[in-house]
Design a protein around this ligand. Sequence first.
Ligand code: S3P
Length: 436
Amino acid sequence: MADIQSWLARPGRPLHGVLDIPGDKSVSHRAVMFAALADGVSRIEGFLEGEDTRATAAIFGQLGVRMETPSVSTRIVHGVGVDGLRAPSRPLDCGNAGTGMRLLSGLLAAQKFDSVLMGDASLSKRPMRRVIDPLMRMGARIDSEEGGLPPLRIHGVGSLRGIDFQSPVASAQVKSAVLLAGLYAEGETRVSEPHPTRDYTERMLSAFGVDIDFSPGRARLRGGQRLHPADVVVPADFSSAAFFIVAASIVPGSELLLRAVGLNPRRRGLLDALRMMGADIAEENPSAQGGEPVADLRVRYAPLHGIELPGSLVPDMIDEFPALFVAAACAEGRTVVSDAAELRVKESDRLAAMASGLRALGIVVDEVADGATIHGGRIQGGTVESHEDHRIAMAFAVAAQRAQDEIRIDDVTNVATSFPGFDRLAASAGFGLDAA
Ligand code: S3P
């Protein structure tokens, strides 16, 4: 996969099969981090073998944490305790992962040693002020490049103080960075958010024995607590499943069963949006896995129609807009997205990347500062750019399944950051998708 630069994608056959989607990226990052901080040995099952999450695991190796990989997607982590991390001898490379960099900035800001967090070209353009500012209020010392960009040079101040932080952005990464720093801070740290975001940090810290009080949109903890080891079962990543949910919804004759997909309430907004558009998605066998709700998703083709997406749904589907734009392009009528300016600071500017890609394929898209109107139509063949963004690449592979002609998708290596094996799994389900 790492060597494949471009895909040629075209309509395959109706999509069928029972698919196992790889583990959740957000949960995998946190599982490694918290297991590393625990007093003892933890086991992680279903770990995402993606570049982002492996980068985080490698960073903990540099920080002196021993990890074993007895089999694919399993990690045994020999935790060193909250005070057991070692000074790294080199900069810590987060790769493409905003989650890795932002969460680690909170954790490292509280250590006694200096460290440097760096990333790839895309991550080096992403805003870090949103974590630097609250961490500095806690007493951290962090230098960044002009405009608050990585690399981040974190000074080991060794002591922080708790704050009451009202986050201006709905961001689980910002909330988590502050909570991780709060674990080391004097007194209590409180975070509130303008809209509730995914609460994996809160749930998982609690599973690792931390006394943390949380409800949608708020969390607080006392500093100075220790973590017990815990075993984590990582559910299938909803954001990866999203591409297959949309694909089965738009390709006539399709029926896919996606097994045990994580349905955290703050992640499943795409299901609401697609159902408003007329999609046929059933949730079967609901259960819990590692403290998270999961269910099998049975998705059948259904004709879709455009909607005005309620702004309140945006944070609950923040990673799903590339997939939603494709559904909207195949829907009858127009779909209006607003309140979604955050999409401009993801792995790429996703509003611009999706608008220009869809336009190249003959779809009319009116782009505005915080959203876009997508006019459903016929997707033509053509060439599109991924903008080095995994989700843009996968979204256009889905779009191609309803295209009139072949679509060439350039620069797809970053798909391995979140979904290694996407191309093989997609082809097995019936996608027309080949290496160019
Ligand atoms: C994530 C939070 C979201 C999401 C990202 C993963 C996390 O980012 O887009 O893919 O694991 O906390 P923000 O918190 O910046 O919205």
